[in-house]
Design a protein around this ligand. Structure first.
Ligand code: COA
Length: 291
């Protein structure tokens, strides 16, 4: 009896995805000669081929399309894309466990964090047509047409779409108004690191909403989505962003001097990051960094 075995390779190089059929009656000794295996923390292998045996796979059911899928063991407990339906999922830690859906939307005390939709255009226009929004960030105020184009293209972005911002709207739980958005850009090829940005309607700043949202986004990244590292950057003059990132627990990693031209002027960029172990086991991470 044959069954389908789908092997997903993160999007890098010529080999993106392969579908194998294998004998469903127990493990076989079959070996697959595969392309570069990019997400292996322990391989240290820079050759562009690697041998993977069937024992190195974890089989489970996609929680979205219910197809049987199989990923290399090195992807256990990590964010991946279903090779059948392309939805983002978390691979189970052990064989026999279920694959997990991405926990969206989610809420904080005052906010609902959810995908953006066509009905958000007016609230987004309020935020993105304000020149002050771009005082310390690149870009320029957007008009209605640009917002509608953005919303249309954002609808096609998934969390696992590499190097594209996946936007989460920040909506008031009371009344539903969209008061800001957070962008998460996962980097290729391994999709284990994300860069976060956050923008808030000026009328709702200085009320703790950004901090509330960012803390929830970090929880989403590390606890739900099992990312390894989250980064953020800001203009060194952007004191609101500096406060926000530091209060949310991001660690300052450095400052690039005059590395960016912003509105015609060379500016400094502050770099922040957090690791999953710092977030989930802060005491252990601190001890490790001291040894
Ligand atoms: C960066 C940005 C999101 C920060 O927003 P913010 O409103 O300053 O951040 P918060 O919502 O967390 O507000 C913090 C302030 O709210 C106050 N606050 C906190 N909780 C509060 C609460 N529950 N009720 C009322 N006020 C509260 C605090 O006094 C805090 O100020 P303090 O740090 O001086 O004490 C905002 O300035 C922005 O959108 N800027 C434009 C885009 C940008 O530059 N983004 C940065 C790229 S990462």
């Amino acid at each position: 009896m044959e069954r389908l075995l789908a092997l997903s390779i993160p999007p890098l190089g010529p080999i993106r995805r392969r579908v194998f059929s294998r004998n469903g009656q127990g493990k076989t000794k079959g070996q697959f000669r595969l392309g570069y295996c990019p997400n292996s923390p322990d391989s240290g292998d820079t050759n562009d081929t690697a041998m993977i045996t069937e024992e190195d796979f974890i089989d489970f059911t996609c929680p979205y399309c219910r197809d049987a899928v199989s990923f290399p063991m090195q992807h256990r407990d990590s964010l991946q894309q279903c090779p059948m339906c392309f939805e983002s999922l978390v691979v189970p830690e052990k064989p026999g466990e279920a694959g997990r859906k991405i926990a969206l939307p989610f809420s904080t005390e005052r906010l609902a964090l959810r995908r953006l939709g066509p009905a958000d255009w007016q609230d987004l226009l309020d935020i993105m047509s304000d020149e002050e929004t771009f005082r310390y960030t690149s870009g320029h105020p957007l008009d209605e047409e640009a917002i509608l184009r953005w919303l249309e293209s954002d609808a096609h972005v998934k969390l696992t779409t590499p190097d594209q911002p996946f936007c989460l709207g920040l909506a008031l739980r009371e009344g539903g108004k969209l008061i800001g958005y957070a962008g998460l850009r996962l980097s290729a090829p391994d999709l284990l690191q994300a860069h976060v940005t956050i923008h808030l309607n000026r009328a709702f700043q200085k009320q703790g909403f950004a901090l509330e949202a960012l803390k929830a986004v970090l929880r989403f990244c590390f606890q739900d989505t099992r990312l390894h590292r989250v980064t953020a950057t800001c203009d060194s003059r952007n004191s609101a962003a500096v406060k926000l990132l530091e209060k949310a627990g991001l660690r300052r990693e450095g400052e690039f001097v005059k590395d960016n031209i912003l509105h015609g002027e060379w500016t400094n960029t502050l770099c922040y990051a957090a690791l999953r172990e710092e977030y989930t086991e802060p005491a252990a991470a601190q001890q490790a960094s001291q040894t």
